[in-house]
Structures are given as C-alpha cells and as structure tokens.
Design a protein around this ligand. Structure first.
Ligand code: SF4
Ligand code: SF4
Length: 398
C-alpha cells in the first residue's frame, strides 16, 4: 500500500474504503461478510474509512467492526454531517454525538459537510455557528480535520474552496468525468491552495470497470499492459491509476464489495505512484473516452466554453446527467441532476434557459445547445423531478 500525506502530515492510504454500500438504503444484513472485507483491506494497509450520517447502518457497522477487532487506533474515520437537517446551533452536537455513539469512538479524524454544494449553504450553517462549533471540536480533539463533499459545477466548487480554510475536500472525479462537476478546474484550484483531495466515484459506480463498450475493452486488451503481479491491467486498475497519477489526490475511495475486489484494488494501490502514467497510456484513455462518448446523446466534453450562462443554466452539468440517463439509468441520472443543479438556492437547471443563444457561439462541438437543453429538460424535469423539487426544501435547508 502506498500512502500520501494529509494537510497535517498524517499518512493516508491512497486507497480508502467507501462504506456507503454496507447499507444501501436499508439495514445491514451481512455483518460477517463486511467484517471480512474490511479486515482484509485493513491488513493490506487501508487506513481511511469513509461513511456518513445518512448511510443508514454504516456508521454502526464500522464502529462495531473496529471495536471488536481492536483496530480503532490504527484507522482513520471520515464521516459527514447532514448539515441540510440543521435548524439550530444545538443540532450540530445532536448529530455529532449520535455519530460518535454509532462509531463507538470519542473522536473522528475527518469530518465533512455532506453535499455542501455552494457558498450559500455554507453561509447558512455559518450563521448557525458552524465556525465556532468546529473550532471548539478541534480544540477538544473530537474532530481532526474539516472538509466537505461536493456535487456541483467547478465555478461553485472554487468559490466554496475560497470561502474558508478547509483541511480537505471530496469530489466525484474519474477519467471519463475529468471535466464534469468540480473536474480538472476544481482539482487545479485545490492543488494551488494545498488542499488534499479525496475522490468518490472513481469508476463511475463501477461502469468504468464492468460496463465499458466492447470496443473499449478490446483497446485495453490490445494495449496489453501488465501490472507488477504479471497479469493484464484490468479496466478498474486503469481507472484507479489515472487518479493516483495525480499528486493532489490524497485518497481514492472504493466501495469494495468482495474479497477479490479488495485484493485487486489493494494490489493496484501498491503499484501506483504520482506520475506513473506514460503519454501513450494517457492517449489510450482518451481513445476509450471517445468510444464511450460516441455512444452518448450529446457529445459534450464538459469544456465549459459555453459558460457562464446569463440565465444561470449549468449547461455541461445538464448534459452530463442527460447522457447518464442512457448509461446509468433514470434514477441515477435524476439524482445527479438534482444534486448538480437543483438542491440549492440558486437553481441552475435547464428550465432556466431563456433561449438567447449566446452559448452556442462558443461550443467547439457545434452542439445545438438550446434544442438539446429542451430535450434534456423533457427527460430530466418530468413528474419525479417536479415532486422532488417541491419536497426538497421541506427536508433540506440550503
Ligand atoms: S441559450 Fe439558454 S443556456 Fe444558452 S446562454 Fe442563453 S439562456 Fe443560457
Ligand atoms: S461548450 Fe459545448 S462541449 Fe463545451 S461544455 Fe458547453 S456544451 Fe459542452
């Protein structure tokens, strides 16, 4: 296992265990399987475990596993505050204390504001006393470092990074989505500020590992690269290496759900270093991206030349979700669309478009953006979206 430093000089394994899937959205059913997988990862050197208040059952499960195996002092826990549920200053303690109890610990090494998608949401919780509360928890040693997890566009991500002195951040990033969400622009900004990055969705929910077009798989096979274990590099390993190649990335989270996956990912994490990829390997991934993109609805590369839109439409974010509708299915795309454009005060959904056409002059792909936005809106802003948009402010505060 390779390690990188966090902002305060601690060693963090470059592979982290994403513990969300231990619950899905229901109760944990297979404790011993989860324990075997977590302990296999721990023995292979994984020391970063990511969970959240809203991953039902996940905090309790890892707390129990760490305690019963006596490894709490050898692992680093990252969990997340559901800031969108907070109504008063006392709610910070209410959720945090419940999390400590679930995790069977008196402190967490990393604490994230969960899905903090714009500065306004941060300002809302600041007004509730977030900064004073964080300072107090840090002084007492109950929280090591503070970060946030993010889904939104790169502009808002950079604003958020500048809005406070964060210790780390967590973004969705992979070779296919290099220019979606926070993307390369966000990566560069975080690096320029010395803020370490944790990666979620490194393989697009497994799509870059198991659901590549046949032609893309053939390209990988033809390239014929072998890893230090003597076997062909798998599509998953290619995806992980692309991330580890980048020195600003502290840790890549993987929701490993079998011992084979734990073994494979841990072995890959022992092989990879910053700068490990050659020019030819980067070219290969560009070819794979072209193949995947040729199967999508709108050939948007996420370059953002069309932005900013005067009506505040997140054009590349909308197209990314629209394309995902045909790759990952309706609910995944709808969730992505909601998170990227709607769960915030300043909604950036396709419905904002006033048809001025300004964006189309700048698109190097020659996309008929107005027409495509109308199509995307039809697909993404149906009855499910409308209901969710109405209900969201009742549940989430932003
Ligand atoms: S056409 Fe629509 S998306 Fe394009 S710049 Fe105008 S308002 Fe924005
Ligand atoms: S300019 Fe075109 S390709 Fe680039 S993000 Fe906008 S729509 Fe996508």
């Amino acid at each position: 296992m390779k390690y990188r430093k966090d902002k305060h000089g601690n060693d963090v394994s470059i592979l982290g265990f994403g513990c969300m899937r231990f619950t899905g959205h229901g109760p944990v059913t297979d404790y011993s399987k989860a324990e075997r997988e977590i302990m296999a990862a721990f023995k292979a050197g994984v020391n970063y475990y990511d969970t959240a208040y809203i991953y039902q059952g996940s905090e309790m499960l890892i707390g129990r596993i760490f305690e019963s195996n006596g490894i709490r002092n050898q692992v680093r826990i990252a969990t997340k505050l559901p800031h969108y549920f907070l109504r008063t200053r006392d709610d910070f303690d209410k959720y945090f204390n419940e999390q400590l109890e679930r995790l069977r610990t008196d402190h967490v090494e990393y604490y994230l504001m969960h899905m903090l998608n714009d500065v306004k949401s941060w300002e809302r919780i600041r007004e509730l006393g977030a900064v004073e509360w964080i300072t107090e928890k840090k002084e007492k040693g109950q929280i090591g470092q503070i970060g946030f997890s993010y889904h939104g566009n790169s502009d808002k991500f950079c604003e958020l990074l500048d809005a406070w002195d964060w210790d780390f951040c967590q973004i969705q990033y992979n070779y296919y989505d290099e220019h979606s969400q926070a993307g390369r622009t966000g990566y560069d900004h975080a690096v320029s500020k010395g803020i370490p990055i944790v990666i979620m969705e490194p393989l697009r929910g497994g799509k870059l590992a198991h659901d590549l077009p046949k032609e893309a798989e053939e390209l990988f096979c033809k390239f014929g690269c072998r890893n230090s274990r003597g076997s062909s590099r798998s599509p998953a390993e290619w995806g992980l290496r692309w991330l580890w190649d980048q020195p600003g990335i502290m840790c890549v989270l993987s929701g490993m759900n079998s011992l084979e996956m734990v073994d494979e990912n841990c072995a890959a994490a022992s092989d990879a270093d910053a700068g490990c990829m050659t020019y030819e390997e980067h070219q290969l991934l560009q070819d794979v991206i072209s193949i995947i993109r040729s199967k999508t609805k709108v050939p948007c590369t996420g370059c953002r030349y069309c932005m900013p839109c005067p009506a505040n439409v997140d054009i590349p974010g909308t197209f990314a979700a629209y394309n995902n509708r045909y790759v990952d299915g309706f609910f995944t795309a709808e969730k992505e669309y909601m998170m990227c454009t709607t769960l915030r005060k300043d909604v950036t959904a396709a419905g904002n478009c006033v048809g001025c056409g300004k964006c189309e002059n700048h698109c190097p792909q020659g996309i008929a953006i107005r027409d495509e936005l109308k199509r995307a809106r039809k697909v993404l802003e149906g009855p499910v979206y409308k209901i969710a948009r109405k209900l969201a402010p009742l549940v989430y505060k932003y």
